[in-house]
Design a binder for this molecule. Sequence first.
Ligand code: SF4
Length: 382
Amino acid sequence: MAPPDDFVVTPYEVKGRIDYQRLREMFGTQDLTPELLARLHQVAGGDLPPLLSRGVYYSHRDLGLLLDQYQKGSPFFLYSGRGPSGPLHTSHLVSFDLCRWLQKTLGVSMYIQITDDEKFWARSGLTREQTAYWGMENLYDILALGFDPKRTHVFFDSKSIAALYPLAIRVARKIPYSTVKAVFGFEPSTNIGLVFYTALQTVPCFWPSWAEDRAVPCLIPCGIDQDPHFRVTRDIAESLGYPKPSLIHSQMLPGLLGENAMSTTGDREDNALFLNDSAATVDRKVRGAFTGGRATVEEQRRLGATPEICSVWALWRTRFAKDDQEFASVTRDCRSGALLCGECKGRVLERIHAFYATHAEARIKVQDWAESTIVTEAPKPI
Ligand code: SF4
C-alpha cells in the first residue's frame, strides 16, 4: 500500500514537504511536458523565461487548447490578482513575471484584480483604509514589472464594483453554497462577504467575453495551491456561455526560514523578502536564510551542498541568475562544494540590490498612469 501523503496544500494552508508530482495527480491537472514547453517556445519565439525553463511552472489545465486557439487567430487574455493585506514579497511576483513576459512576447491583454474587499472580509485585523492603501501600493509594484499601460486593465474591487457587478449577479446564481463551503472550508461563522466574493473573483475570467460578445480565451498563471479557486470557475463557465479558463501552475517558492512556502502569516517576517524592505533588512534576511549547506566549510568542500532544499538557490532559480548557463553553474558548484554558502549569498545579494534599485525607479514612473488602468464602468447594461 502507498504511504499516506505527509503534506497538505489548499488555497489557505500549505504544510509538510510537498511532492509536487503527487500534488498534481491529486488535483487532476496536466503535466507541463517538454513538448508543450517547446510549443510555447515556438509560438513565442526567443528564449523561454527562467520560470519556464527552470521548471518553476510545472502543471497546467488546457494550455494546449489555448495555444491551438491562439495559433488559429484567437488571442487569449491573462488574468491574475492580489489580495492586498500588506507589502508584496518576491514570491508574489512569480505569476506577474510570467504574465509580463507573455504580454510582451505575444502582445496579449492583462487583467489584474486587486481584492481589497476580500482581504477586509478575510482579515479581521485589517481596516478598509489599510486594504485600500495596500491595494494601490501593490498595484504600483505589479505594474512596475513592465506591464503595457495600453493593454493592462485593473479591477480594483471597491472602485470597479459597477463594472463587475452586472456579471457577478449572473455568476453568483450559478454557484451553490455547498460548493464554496466544500472548496473553501467555510464555517457557519464565515462572514457573507467571503461567500459572495467567490462570484467576484470569477468575473474577470469572463469579463472580456461579456464585453466583446464573443468567446475570448483566458489564461491564469497561479500557484498550484490556488487551483481549487478556479475549478469552481471552470465548472460553471459553459453554463454561462463562456470558455473555461486555462491555467498554468507554479510550485511555491520556499521561505527564507526553510519553510516550503514564502508565507509570512503570523510572526514570520524574516521568511520573505518584501519589496519595501531596506537594503540592510534584505542583507540580514539573506545572510540568515536557510540553505542546503553543510555544518562546516571542510564538510561542504568535501561533500558538496544540496541546492534543492536551499532558499537561496530558489532565489537564483526564479529571478536572479541572469541566464540558464549561470543558473546551471551555481547549481553545479553548489553540488560539488566549489561554492560555499557565504560567497553564494554575497553574489545573490548584489543581484537583489540591483533589482530593488531598478524596481524603485520603475515604481515611481507607473504612478503617473496606474489609476488610468482601473476599470470603473460596465461595457453594457445588465
Ligand atoms: S552554495 Fe548557495 S545554493 Fe548551495 S546550499 Fe549554499 S547558499 Fe544554497
